[in-house]
Each structure stands twice: as structure tokens, then as C-alpha cells.
Ligand binder design. Sequence first.
Ligand SMILES: C[S@@+](CC[C@H](N)C(=O)[O-])C[C@H]1O[C@@H](n2cnc3c(N)ncnc32)[C@H](O)[C@@H]1O
Length: 296
Amino acid sequence: MLSYQHVYHAGNHADVLKHITLMSMLKKLTVKSKPMFYLDTHAGSGVYHLNSEQALKNSEANTGIKNLNDSANHLEGLIADYLTVVAPYQQSSQYPGSPMIADELLRDHDTAFACELHPQAFNELQSNSKHSIIKAQNRNGFEALKAMLPPSPNRGMVLIDPPYENAEEYTQVLEQMKVAVKRWPIGSYAIWYPLLSPQRVDYKSGEIVANPKAKLSKLMLASLAELPVKSVLNVYFSPSSPSPNTGMYGSGMCILNPPWQLAEELEELIQQLCSCLSGDANEYCGVSWLKTEAQK
Ligand SMILES: C[S@@+](CC[C@H](N)C(=O)[O-])C[C@H]1O[C@@H](n2cnc3c(N)ncnc32)[C@H](O)[C@@H]1O
């Protein structure tokens, strides 16, 4: 059953990290005029209303886009470009999802697909992407990943952004990635993952209990780094420290075959995000190589 709805989280710190990283990758992949392939396996509905009852339930955008706006005048480079993309949506209290962010950077001769399984989110995605380069598909993104690779054109990237509501989804990402890199070893892949606090407050009893899912991202990253690709980069950001009250205190992107010089650009991004959203650099923010070409 699909119960996850991204509107509750739209524009939070994790969306900010994911969408700026996506922009950085697409900017680098579109430097060459040759056409590229883009697949978003878990697309969501494309546009979110930040004044909706759902978005205001926990006001998660306050940890991300709304907080960044306060520093907008001082920001340069990638973050400034991201704010320029988001600004027209914000005029009507909206926030763009990954398909709309990608559409800003893709060109008419590129090939782009966005998969969404939830019927209502798909209808919204279809309507929101009507005038875009993105072809919305109402199908399982993991199944599409298998079916579409290797793609034509044979250069480009895949964004994988599952809800991770169930522990099985971590294993599913890994299993699907094993197949994907076998079919398309030269593609770039960006896999979003949550950083969860080791303990959480049980919503029924109010007691602090262990969160068994907290270790799963780390285990998944270790296995992703073993896949037969040239290099694996990890970028992660958290505006706060782990705490039972926070649940997801941060997030990261595991990037297989990152485009040339992505790491340097993301280093700068993380420093800026830390100074705008978390007050200062902390141990839960950084960029690190999980595998380099020399280790292949
Ligand atoms: C985290 S949200 C996506 C957010 C979006 N990528 C963004 O950044 O704006 C995950 C979405 O995946 C959808 N979903 C869950 N399982 C799926 C699957 N197997 N295939 C395609 N979509 C799926 C959910 O309905 C939800 O809309």
C-alpha cells in the first residue's frame, strides 16, 4: 500500500540537499551539447503547496527552503541558481519537486522520464509536467529502471528517491542497483537516503525506544560502494544532531559515477548549507569518496 505523501516533507532540508545536488549533476552533464538520458524513478507529484494543511502539519519547509530564503542575498553559485529556479514557485507558496527542477536544466533534445506509482500523485505529476520535457509514467520506478537500461542516448543519469517507509526498500535499492550497473555501468546514479536518529519516541507510549531502521542507510552505502562502477561519492547534510524527537535528522546522496568535479562543487555547497541552515559545520555534514577510480 502506498501511504507516503511527499507534500508533508516538501522543501525540507533533505529536499534542499537533493535538489541542489541534482542541479549540480545535470549542469555538468549538459555542458556537452550531446543529448542525454534522465530517469527519475520515484518522482512524486512535481509541485507542492507549502500552505496546504499537509505541508503545514510539521512545517518542514522551515528547516530548508524557508530558512534559506532568509540568507538569499548573501548566497552565490549553486545555491543562488537553485533559489532562482525555486523563486517563481514560491511566489504562489509552492515548491517544485525533482521533475520540475530537472526540467529547468534538461534541453529539448534530451530524453527524460519520471515514474510515479501513487495514482493521485501521478495525476498531479502528469498535469504539472504537461509542458515539460519530462514524460510522466504511472509505473514502478524500479521496474522502469530495469526495463529502460541501457538507455538511448547512452549518457546521462538516474535519480532514485524512494520513501524508505519499509526496511525492505533499502535492500530493494541495492538489488535493483546491482542489475542497473550491470546493464549500464557508465551511467551516473544519485540515490537519496535518510539519516535517522538511533532512538525515537514511540508515538503510542511516549517512551524512547531504539529505531531499528537507523543503521540501514549506512549498510546500504557500504554495499553500494562495492558495486562495479568507477567511483562512488557520498554527500550528506544535517541541520541538527540526532535526537529521539527528530527522527530524520539529516540525509545524504550516494552518487555512483559522479560527473567530473562534482565533489569540489558539493564541498562548497555543504559549507554554504551549514552556514545557512545549521549555524555551523558539524560532523553530520560532508562530502567523502566511498570508492575512487584507483580502487576499482
Ligand atoms: C520521496 S517521494 C519523491 C519526491 C521527489 N523525488 C522529489 O524530490 O520531489 C517518493 C515518491 O515515490 C512514490 N513511490 C513509492 N514507491 C514507488 C515505486 N516503486 N515506483 C514509483 N514511485 C513510487 C511515492 O508515491 C512518492 O510520491
